[in-house]
Design a protein around this ligand. Structure first.
Ligand code: GTQ
Length: 349
């Protein structure tokens, strides 16, 4: 690929004339916006150790009362994007949120989609459009775009969860905003129970559910059981992985980011092919080693790391006796909708 003309080769008076008219020559910047063969990722492989950040999060609980925080969150920011951008990847935002006993994070709704993966503590809940969702370790709770949500805590110890939002994308689209609300009236029943068993959904033919997100809470006990059953019934399956889906349609549970849970069997090593989208790995339980390009991260309970797109990732269970469980968030739904999703071939790596 031959070299293109540089900006400083153009007469100053010509450049000024262009600038004055809001015009820009493409060729000095063409290779930057269309790099040959492979994108230039700002997203760097990055690791956050939970035991290391936990005391700092608890200190935020002492330093900043809820009234001054609204949401008490330490953002897991990728230095490749600049910490102030609060991005884990191009489209993924990650935050560790703390709620202390008796505290309440007031109702609001916003355009970015959020999910929460509960990390520790008991007795907290999120109410999403009137549905009270209990928060237990490993549970996934959806807060889709436009849904009212507030968090409360009736337990005794601090509760921490990992927020995953598509905020960087929605912000980039100039579509990010929030609306403050009043405390929600809690519905008597939750949809969760209706979507529970035996491959049946509450959908009589004359009244299909019109909800875009019929199920909001995915209890960890059930997801873990699904993983263990899969591992047992299909011992040769390449990846013991389940996707969090809309039970009505089987489609990704959220429009922009994709969510799955993966079990590494004792001693198992699994190489995920390089894909165009970035991904986040969060250890629900166990000890996995995550190799991303030339970086190796040793994850323990509640540790998190992220990988740029176009990069193969190797996961290995460090235990010979116990399974390791990972929660994975990726940008695959977004890439698929944009038509840019790729599982990369060898030459591209
Ligand atoms: O809990 O509603 O990490 O609005 C960032 C923005 C959490 C939340 C975040 C939010 C929330």
């Amino acid at each position: 690929m031959h070299e293109l003309g540089r900006l400083d080769e153009l007469p100053q008076e010509y450049r000024d004339a262009l600038s004055a008219r809001n015009l820009v020559p493409l060729w000095p910047s063409l290779r930057a916006v269309l790099p040959p063969g492979k994108p230039q990722a700002r997203t760097r492989p990055t690791y956050w150790n939970y035991q290391d950040l936990r005391p700092l999060l608890l200190r935020a609980g002492e330093l900043t009362p809820m009234e001054k925080a609204e949401r008490r969150v330490l953002v897991l920011a990728n230095p490749g994007h600049g910490l102030e951008k609060m991005q884990a990847s191009a489209a993924i935002y990650l935050g560790m949120q703390l709620l202390l006993p008796g505290e309440w994070a007031p109702a609001h709704r916003h355009t970015p989609n959020a999910v929460r993966m509960i990390v520790e503590g008991e007795g907290a809940y999120t109410t999403v459009n009137g549905e009270k969702c209990a928060m237990q370790r490993g549970d996934l709770i959806l807060t889709p775009t436009g849904h009212w949500h507030e968090h409360g805590h009736e337990g005794e110890k601090p509760v921490v969860w990992l927020d995953v939002l598509d905020l960087p994308l929605v912000y980039y689209m100039e579509a990010s905003y929030v609306i403050e609300g009043r405390p929600q009236t809690v519905q008597a029943d939750s949809a969760e129970r209706a979507y529970r068993r035996g491959g049946v959904v509450p959908s009589p033919v004359f009244e299909r559910s019109r909800q875009s997100h019929p199920l909001l809470r995915y209890p960890w006990a059930e997801v873990r059981a699904a993983l263990q059953a899969l591992a047992q019934s299909q011992p040769d399956v390449e990846a013991v992985q389940v996707a969090y889906v809309n039970p009505e349609t089987g489609a990704d549970c959220m429009a922009i980011l994709g969510y799955s849970a993966l079990m590494l069997r004792p001693d198992e090593t699994l190489t995920l092919p390089a894909r165009s989208c970035a991904a986040v790995f969060h250890q629900i339980k166990g000890r996995a080693t995550v190799r991303i390009a030339d970086q190796v991260f040793e994850l323990d309970d509640a540790d998190t790391c992220c990988a740029p797109g176009y990069t193969p990732v190797t996961l290995a269970n460090r235990s010979r006796t116990e399974p390791a469980f990972l929660f994975i968030a990726d940008e695959a739904p977004l890439h698929k909708k944009l038509g840019i999703y790729e599982v990369c071939t060898e030459e591209k790596r």
